[in-house]
Design a protein. Structure first.
Ligand code: ZN
Length: 135
């Protein structure tokens, strides 16, 4: 079951530069920066009520975020839904014919279980399922 929108992922060239907008202009506080080796990105999380903004900066040229920036420039990269059971959510999507990027969940930022659906299956929006707090 989906619980809420956990976060919005936003692709940026540089977290160091983008922080100015989120911290100074919007007045949000950066909770943590983290390098996620499995996805070749550095992330920065900002809290906003029940949800978060996740800035994503590529750590190498073959990072999926580097490719996204090359093709589309900076902007909204994905919508992440918090679920009670990521694997169940994935099999449900698969049953309904969705293309999955991850057949089984991987470990993402904050040591959460995460898995992505292909945007072709979700009307152009890269969709992430993630588990709750660290487990
Ligand atoms: Zn995410």
């Amino acid at each position: 079951m989906l619980k809420k929108i956990d976060h919005l992922g936003i692709a940026v060239h540089s977290i160091a530069e983008a922080r100015h907008f989120y911290e100074t202009v919007l007045g949000l506080t950066c909770e943590k920066e983290e390098k996620v080796t499995s996805q070749k990105v550095r992330t920065a999380f900002f809290s906003l009520g029940e949800t978060h903004i996740e800035l994503l900066e590529p750590t190498s040229d073959d990072s999926p975020i580097a490719k996204f920036l090359e093709n589309r420039g900076e902007g909204v990269h994905h919508v992440a839904y918090r679920c009670t059971d990521v694997e169940k959510q994935l099999s449900r999507a698969k049953e309904h014919g969705c293309l999955l990027i991850h057949e089984i969940p991987i470990i993402g930022a904050g040591s959460k279980q995460v898995a992505f659906l292909h945007p072709k299956s979700s009307h152009g929006v890269l969709t992430e399922f993630c588990s709750g707090e660290q487990q």
